[in-house]
Design a protein around this ligand. Sequence first.
Ligand code: CTP
Length: 399
Amino acid sequence: MRPFDGRRILLGVTGGIASYKSAWLARLLTQAGAQVDVILTRSAREFIGSVTFEALTGRPVHSVLIGDGHALDHIRLAREADLMVVAPATADFLARAAHGHADELLSATLLAVTCPVLMVPAMNDKMWTNAQVQSNCAALRAQGRVVLDPGVGPLASPDEGAGQGRMQEPETIVAHCGRLLEPPGKLRGKRVLVTAGPTREPLDPVRYLSNHSTGKMGVALAEAAWRRGAEVVVVHGPLAVRVPDGACAKPVETAQDMAEAVASEIGDVDVLVMAAAPADFRPAKVASAKIKKSGKVPQVELEETPDILKSTASKRKQGMIAVGFALETDDLRENAQKKLTAKQLQLIVANSAREAGAGFGYDTNRVSILSAAGTTEELPLLPKREVADAILDRIEALL
Ligand code: CTP
């Protein structure tokens, strides 16, 4: 099952140089299972041809508002859409959309849709900061449209350098489409704090103790929680994967840093999912200079790091859901049950470090979910994306 199977997306393309990226966007949306209907404005056709979109979506491309056989295209397209995306949205299109123009197919269709609308502006940075453009975006937002801020980076004109005006990348736009297509659930508007990845505990300026965590499970959880409409903060150690779009990333290095970052966020958090693998031990002394070979093997004394999850217990707001993980080599259920109680959790996700295809570094995981209410559920081996959704389903049931 693909994420957008059975969903119908209307993709409007207006006349900006970023429209070359809209072809890739159409491809990604189609690959994700959506039926994509493309509307090109007249000026978009100066930049990119309809044949490109027809080939990528397997559907006819629409451009004409008034003409034989097209009289009600805008009404039909609007009625059938689950989501409308305009990417790129030029300054001119934003102005016309903000003021309700309906003299060509795309803006007429925009007036007729009842589904969510995502606008993805792209323009020169001076144009983006222009007061009229900003006021048009504010008007569109007030009308309930979602308007993404453009990215910062090199702009089309070679002598312009970097600025804010680049169209968001197609992968980012797809993530926003997923969020807008998600049916409303209990995580919408909730504040979710996810921790992810390992920590690094320095021994000297060039060495550290760490573990094999890559952060994939935590990142999958953050991605799924954001898609479900939550405001997501990810406190993470060094990751092997990218922090998902939409989540606010707080990078840290040591377990102590992670403890401080979690403590500063925890006050108004509705859900804490502690998927990180912070080091349990750190060198008791950190050498200020590189430890050199001296003929004698150095003895490293270790001390315990703070138990981050346990230390949040007294700072959690009323009704907050706390979820921990337990990675065990032996006595999985018993150990997980002990941690559930000791850390005062609502749920604990237990997995075995001995099982092939599950745990650190894999894209899949096999977990059991134990609850404070005394239930235990065993899930099959699943992609981490699906494990994340299963965990969030249990969390939503508790909210
Ligand atoms: N955890 C934490 N702070 C630590 C270590 C772990 O908050 N210093 C969290 C983990 O993120 C996980 C849960 O506590 O959600 C259980 O982690 P785990 O390493 O399995 O358990 P420990 O409590 O560290 O116990 P042990 O290592 O002895 O099994």
